[in-house]
Write a protein that binds this ligand. Structure first.
Ligand code: SF4
Length: 270
């Protein structure tokens, strides 16, 4: 017996008004979870502590970079206060799943990571912008036809020819694991500026002794085209109502596990 209406096609008006890299990667990880999050907008049963932690670290770094862009000399203590305030608000949510770590332990790690970032980049010219929004057309590589919705996203920072992506991670990750996301950013910057950017990935690593790793790369036409091809196929699958569950190692931490496995009551779907 089907547990919900995940296989029914969507009627006009319930499709996403735009695509984002997060939507594409979310659908690829698990189409059913994508549908709960982006189309049905179902209330999650838990909230990712990793995402909340990343958001608090991002807030502090974004503030620090923004101050430098404005020509000021921000001090690290203020950035740390911003991190603490954000983290305190995040951890007040009873649905937050911190896995096996405590709020206090992660607060100390977050503070160390903000300090490491400030120390690493204080001597560099600030970027031109933080949280830089882009909106670009995606064209079907087979037909050249534009998708009816744009690709919309935000770069963590953008300088002349350099796009930044900040990651908080449990361990060092090969830059190739971010390939699809980086290809999207390369495509978006090239489409909007006419110049293919270098891509800088700053990994803030939450090990007991926190670390920062910085890697840069530049992609090719073929890698950008691969992202477009994937995004167009994902959009096509969404319009056809293809939302199968994808059981994997991620299920135990899935924020919709109860709904997916039929252990909590289903709400009326969109
Ligand atoms: S529990 Fe697993 S299969 Fe079900 S929605 Fe979540 S990730 Fe997908």
């Amino acid at each position: 017996m089907p547990r919900d209406d995940s296989h029914e096609p969507h009627v006009p008006g319930t499709l996403p008004p735009y695509l984002s890299v997060s939507q594409v990667t979310s659908w690829l990880r698990c189409p059913r979870a994508y549908r709960y999050r982006y189309l049905v907008k179902r209330e999650p049963e838990s909230r990712s502590g990793n995402l909340a932690f990343g958001s608090a670290v991002h807030s502090a770094i974004e503030w620090w970079q923004g101050e430098r862009i404005a020509g000021r000399e921000p001090d690290v203590d203020r950035a740390l206060r911003i991190f603490r305030a954000d983290w305190t608000a995040q951890t007040a949510d009873s649905l937050l799943d911190l896995e096996d770590r405590s709020p206090g332990e992660l607060q100390a790690v977050g503070e160390a990571l903000v300090r490491l970032f400030v120390e690493r980049f204080t001597g560099e010219t600030p970027p031109g912008a933080v949280e830089h929004r882009f909106e670009v057309v995606l064209r079907d590589p087979a037909t050249g036809a534009p998708l009816p919705v744009p690709l919309v996203g935000y770069l963590d920072a953008l300088s002349d020819g350099l796009a930044w992506e900040l990651k908080t991670a449990a361990r060092k990750t090969a830059i190739s694991e971010y390939a699809l996301q980086l290809a999207a950013y390369s495509y978006a910057v090239r489409e909007t500026t006419g110049v293919r950017p270098r891509l800088r990935v700053v990994e803030l690593i939450k090990t007991k002794v926190p670390k920062i790793e910085v890697e840069e790369t530049m992609l090719t036409d073929r890698e950008e085209a691969w992202f477009v091809e994937v995004a167009v196929e994902v959009y096509d699958a969404i319009t056809r109502g293809a939302f199968p569950p994808n059981p994997s190692w991620m299920c135990p931490r899935c924020e919709y596990r109860g709904a997916c496995r039929g252990t909590v009551a289903m709400k009326a779907a969109a």
